[in-house]
Design a protein around this ligand. Sequence first.
Ligand code: NAP
Length: 252
Amino acid sequence: MTEASNSYVCITGASSGIGLESAKAFAHLGFNLILAARRQELLEELTREILEIYPNLDIVVKSTDLAIPDNAYRLYEDLKDYHISVWINNAGFGSYDSVADQSLEKIRTMLHLNIEALTILSTLYVRDYQDTEGAQLINISSRGGYMLVDKAVSYCATKFYVSAFTEGLALEMRHNYSKLQAKVLAPAATQTEFGQVATNSSTYDYDQHFKQYHTAEEMADFLIQLYQSDSVVGLVDVKDFSFHLSQPLFRH
Ligand code: NAP
């Protein structure tokens, strides 16, 4: 048995893409899982798939809409009885449009999910686990959280928030000699449902829009590299799509 056998990894946005592949990757390391997203049937399908390979794991499914701030509090409260070694705020989406043309309803939901829910869940987790050996909070930002991308200004702004908040938290934890490690993953283009959601189009084709991109499985592997390192940032270089681990990048 590994040290992971009594511990849970909680992943928001585990019903598809990077979150789904990360759930499989942490199951492979022997962790029990808490999987959250809105689409319960997809979470249950993933649970069945993982349990076929790792029948001794415990997997908890939480169907919740985290764009509703009260649900973020409720989710955390519901999980009080579990020892959660790693909390991953991965649920998020983008919107590809100019500021003038963007749907304010969509942007409002994006702000609630990408910023508000992430801040609530990070804060509650840090409050409980700051002095717990081995505890990690990993927030999923984006390369768009370190550089601006055309027609994705509002999305990038939410991810700049995620990067700055998480890097700042990592520095705060070090300054306070806290045991919890805060880390940020910054993927570049990754083939998931992200493109469809960002463009409101079910036919979004990554090959048409990008010369190069990662698969969600590759991104989950980078996430594990970040988890197993002492680095704070895991970032994809958009020039050649290589993955790099580093200390915080923002000036402080
Ligand atoms: P994805 O396949 O669309 O997955 C997004 C996940 O978030 C899904 O599981 C979705 O599940 C969940 N989610 C969306 N709205 C939610 C809500 N209101 N409440 C709870 N869960 C919600 O996209 P992905 O690429 O894996 O995205 C994962 C993260 O990576 C996001 O934070 C994204 O910004 C970031 N990222 C992606 C890329 C990329 O190119 N793919 C690049 C940089 C960063 P339900 O629909 O079932 O709720």
